[in-house]
Design a protein around this ligand. Structure first.
Ligand SMILES: *[C@@H]1O[C@H](CO)[C@@H](O)[C@H](O)[C@H]1NC(C)=O
Length: 397
């Protein structure tokens, strides 16, 4: 169905060194600072969340106008608001919403997608982080156990078979082992493996490793992080989309989406702290610098143009929110690299100022961050939430 292009492994040699990337802020960026004080940034983020909340249907924890994985990400933004603002403003909505979805859909999997399950499990982890709620942590762990059944283990890669798949799997592709890749869907005959499912698994594993100290999670995070490192980073340092788990067919080289790099970056930032291995820090730094400056999704003014869709929702609308959230986790965990922190908060400020000055209509925001403003859409609001929330902890005071 999709145009698929085979890449030779010679294109996939990006491993980089710590000084390979320029961490300077491009002077062509539009308004890369802001002077709004903390209380105002919290107030702007809260107003953005309060503007989407009327769309919540508490009977199924879904927001009218957006899809299942996107609704999970609204709960993530609410939990992260409270985490960063040090409040409990949305605890009831987050706890109730996650409980509702988990009881309706086994392991948070509504339609048979491992990435959907992990978007919600990640929201549950953020809820645990914000509120200390052990029940939310249990949901995240249960979902991790469920999805772990669809990871290619080293033994699977050697044998060419996977216990929950009914076809011969590719044990290696482009000269690299497929161990660590996570199947997109649990369906026995579905062959897709992609970076977002695997990146979500890296991130959830690393968070659970950090929280529990259990090496099972650490080892899982490392195996899957290596899969992306070895197979899924292009010559420019950007994370690619997918590889077929049966015949190694790759997504088109032009399939570059912010969230693939963003989710992997979030996972690497936690993994480097869990392991203390500076190789992960170097990889994280290089991908962050490359992705922040990529012409794949922005022009010289730095405003992200991906997923601008004024009149209808689509999956791509929500990608950039995941990128901004991942970068914020990188920043929080990079106190030893002020140049990287400055680059990230400058980039976030470009998006923040664009939303507030070019795309805002009252407290609602267009999915087109360069503007123009329009009437409220649930998807445009969703996409803006992570920018508003992460702005709480960038800059000072
Ligand atoms: C702002 O939103 C309102 C309410 O949805 C809408 O009627 C109006 O047209 C919007 N303004 C602009 C400039 O798009």
């Amino acid at each position: 169905m999709f145009p698929l292009v085979l890449l030779s492994c010679s294109l996939l040699t990006f491993t980089g060194t710590v000084n390979a990337q320029d961490l300077g802020v491009p002077l062509t960026w539009r308004e890369f600072s802001n002077s709004r004080l903390l209380a105002e940034r919290i107030s702007i983020a809260k107003a953005a969340i309060d503007t989407i909340l009327p769309q919540l249907d508490t009977s199924d924890a879904q927001f009218n106008g957006i899809g299942y994985w996107q609704s999970g990400n609204v709960f993530s933004a609410m939990a992260n608001f409270d985490h960063l603002a040090g409040t409990n403003t949305y605890e009831t909505q987050v706890v109730n919403g996650l409980n509702t979805a988990f009881s309706l859909y086994s392991n948070f999997d509504q339609f048979g997608y491992n990435d959907d399950a992990m978007w919600w499990a990640t929201a549950a982890y953020y809820g645990y982080r914000a509120y200390g709620n052990q029940n939310l942590l249990s949901m995240a762990i249960a979902t991790w156990n469920h999805v772990s059944q669809y990871v290619v283990s080293a033994a699977d890669a050697s044998s060419g078979s996977q216990p929950n798949k009914n076809f011969a799997i590719a044990g290696s592709c482009y000269g690299e082992t497929m161990a660590g890749g996570v199947f997109w869907r649990p369906t026995a005959d579905d062959t897709g493996i992609n970076s977002i499912t695997t990146g979500l698994y890296v991130t959830l594993s690393a968070f659970l490793a950090e929280t529990t100290g259990d090496a099972t999670y650490t080892n899982a995070a490392i195996l899957s992080a290596k899969w992306i490192q070895n197979l899924q980073i292009n010559a420019n340092g950007i994370v690619l989309d997918s590889v077929d788990g049966a015949d190694c067919t790759r997504s088109a080289a032009s399939w570059l989406f912010t969230y693939n790099s963003g989710k992997y970056l979030e996972g690497l930032s936690v993994l480097k702290d869990v392991t203390g291995d500076s190789a992960w820090t170097d990889l994280m730094t290089n991908i962050a610098a490359a992705a922040i400056k990529s012409s794949a999704w922005e022009g010289s003014n730095g405003i992200i143009t991906e997923g601008a869709s004024p009149s209808s929702n689509n999956d791509g609308v929500g990608f950039k929110a995941i990128f901004i959230r991942g970068l914020d986790e990188v920043s929080v965990r990079s106190s030893d690299n002020s140049a990287l922190q400055i680059l990230i908060h400058s980039y976030n400020d470009v998006q923040y100022n664009a939303l507030l000055e070019l795309a805002a209509n009252g407290t609602s925001y267009s999915s087109s961050w360069p503007g123009p403003p329009q009437g409220f859409t649930t998807w445009g609001q969703l996409a803006a939430l992570d920018v508003m929330v992460t702005a709480i902890n960038t800059n000072s005071p």
